[in-house]
Design a protein around this ligand. Structure first.
Ligand SMILES: [Zn+2]
Ligand SMILES: [Zn+2]
Length: 338
């Protein structure tokens, strides 16, 4: 079969590899669609713990082709989305119920073969039936599962005033779920007008143009929108320049959420006295944890909309173009359709 295979950071080929064989408790999936996200751009640079040779792709919709002999709940032809992570269940974090910190965490598309391929195998336990969802909706299950985890971490107080930096797919999913999780007002700030228009279409209360190179006028406008500060400031960009403005926008006692993935080497000066004096909370959220089922519920009810989020589609051979597109400002979600 054809697959994207990395042997080192930035070094990959779209090449022919042996077809994977499902184990007894696994299924063979034909990849119907696999989304690219910021994580894949970091993996391309060798960040986020890749294990080589690596086939990336962790946002996966597949069709069951064949089942291992111990598989009982899935049959060929079924459409599934994948929880790409597997936890050992035995290590200290697993035993504390914090499986995303598992010492032996395996993640398809990061440490194991992922979905930028024609086929992949997956444990039955990691597959979630999604026959009732269009492929282009189901492909958002994994990123939305991460957003579910983020909202779980934030534990919004009712009617909270929330501002989100970033209007990529993640920012747009976060904004919608925040609105459905008790926010009293949701504002999205980002540089790209077309993305802000999408945020408005999805029911966000305010959108704000924020130039990342010169954020001062956007920040001033946000401050006039919430003179006492926002209850929750969420960064979905991973840009340190954006995070730096979070302290000035959070209200006393407010929460700053580091949701976007910064480069591993990025450093962010934190005003320690302000955190102390103003009782600020800084929290992170990096991955989903048992979030696929809730995410599918949100997609099925349409509480969280994804229409129009896929802006670019590519074949496997066009992986270089897909990578380039995923880094462009006009791109929301780029997907590979093997
Ligand atoms: Zn992702
Ligand atoms: Zn573990």
């Amino acid at each position: 079969m054809k697959a994207v295979v990395y042997d080192a950071p930035r070094s990959y080929r779209v090449t022919s590899v042996p077809d994977p064989e499902p184990g007894p408790d696994e299924v063979l999936l034909r990849v119907l669609m696999a989304g690219l996200c910021g994580t894949d751009l970091h993996l391309h640079e060798g960040e986020f713990g890749p294990r080589y040779p690596l086939t990336p792709g962790h946002e996966i919709v597949g069709e069951v082709v064949r089942t291992g002999e111990a598989v009982t709940g899935l049959r060929p032809g079924q459409r599934v989305v994948l929880d790409n992570t597997s936890r050992c269940g035995d290590c200290a974090p697993c035993r504390r119920g914090m499986g995303h910190f598992c010492a032996n965490l395996r993640a398809q598309g990061v440490t194991e073969p992922g979905g930028f391929a024609e086929y992949l195998t997956a444990r039955e336990a990691n597959c979630f039936a999604a026959d009732d969802l269009p492929v282009e909706v189901a492909v958002f299950a994994e990123p939305l599962a991460c957003v579910v985890r983020g909202l779980d971490r934030i534990a919004l107080s009712p009617a909270s005033d929330v501002v989100i930096f970033g209007a990529g797919p993640t920012g747009l999913l976060l904004a919608q779920l925040a609105a459905h999780s008790g926010a009293g007002r949701v504002t999205v700030a980002a540089p790209t007008p077309s993305k802000l228009a999408k945020a408005a279409e999805f029911g966000v209360d305010h959108t704000m143009r924020l130039d990342r190179a010169d954020p001062s006028s956007g920040i001033a406008a946000l401050r006039s929108l919430a003179p006492d500060g926002f209850d929750v400031v969420i960064d979905a960009t991973g840009a340190v320049s954006v995070l730096a403005s979070a302290f000035g926008l959070a209200r006393d006692g407010g929460t700053i959420v580091v949701y976007g993935m910064a480069p591993e080497s990025a450093r962010w000066p934190v005003p320690a006295y302000e955190v102390f004096r103003r009782e600020l909370t800084i929290l992170g959220s990096f991955a989903q944890l048992h979030g696929i089922e809730p995410a599918l519920r949100l997609l099925r009810t349409g509480r969280v909309r994804t229409d129009g989020l896929i802006t670019h589609r590519f074949a496997l051979d066009e992986y270089p173009q897909a990578l380039a597109a995923a880094g462009e400002s006009g791109c929301l979600k780029a997907v590979l359709v093997p």
